[in-house]
Design a protein around this ligand. Structure first.
Ligand code: ATP
Length: 218
């Protein structure tokens, strides 16, 4: 296995990714109720909960895609325009412009693509392809590479391998965990797959544990 280039490594960050007393609702219903959660630098935290309990909403709050109605999120300062906490989603193709070649998709992370080329993560032969010409596993690797190129302090990975085969799942998590072992970034790994979280996470929290307000589950 080829290691990722050292160019991807980041200066260790001392600031945790923290959500404190978060509240958020759609329409008239609170989905996130008084949630407090933190991920320390280099830590892998698994966030578990049943479908619909608000995991993806919390992911968007922690990465600045949504603004909490109450509470606050803190994370280290980002580099340039990039957010320090990068959200990676299950359906990677939805976060890519279908008319852009992979080269241009990756350039959203950084213009110098060398750190991720000729590694296990991205093959140079993909650069002139369009997203629809790659497999789901290959697209997710591009998606991860784009996030890593922006040198995040945290990855918030929302069910990123849920639709992939076991081999692709192992490959992607091995690459991500190589980075956490080096201390490059911390990870919030969101899944309802408890066996997966048990394999990859330093600790696992359940949605009902991070909320101070009891939540009803069917
Ligand atoms: N944009 C939206 N507008 C209105 N309601 C929404 C929106 N996004 C999510 N919801 C609702 O908020 C609730 C929580 O959704 P969310 O996607 O955060 O849950 P989840 O735990 O990630 O679910 P899953 O594991 O199925 O992805 C659900 O009832 C969902 O229907």
């Amino acid at each position: 296995m080829t290691n990722l280039s050292r160019d991807l490594t980041t200066t260790p960050v001392a600031t945790a990714l923290t959500g404190t007393g978060l509240w958020f609702g759609y329409r008239n219903e609170w989905i996130i109720r008084d949630v407090t959660i933190h991920v320390a630098p280099g830590e892998v935290v698994g966030l578990w909960g049943p479908s619909g309990c608000g995991k993806s909403t919390l992911a968007r709050l922690l990465t600045g895609r949504l603004t909490p109605a109450k509470g606050s999120v803190s994370s280290p300062p980002g580099r340039g325009r990039a957010r320090s906490a990068q959200l990676i989603l299950q359906h990677s193709e939805l976060s890519m412009n279908p008319r852009w070649k992979i080269r241009d998709v990756l350039a959203e992370g950084a213009h110098d693509l060398r750190p991720v080329l000729d590694t296990e993560l991205v093959h140079a032969t993909w650069l002139d392809s369009f997203p629809h010409e790659l497999s789901g596993g290959e697209l997710q690797r591009v998606n991860l590479a784009r996030a890593l190129l922006s040198r995040p302090a945290y990855l918030v990975a929302d069910e990123i391998t849920a639709s992939l085969d076991a081999i692709s799942q192992v490959q992607i998590w091995r690459i991500i965990l190589d980075g956490t072992t080096r201390g490059d970034y911390g990870v919030l790994a969101i899944s309802h797959d408890m066996p997966l979280l048990e394999r990859i996470a330093d600790r696992i929290v359940a949605m009902h544990e991070v909320s101070q307000t009891p939540q009803e589950h069917n």
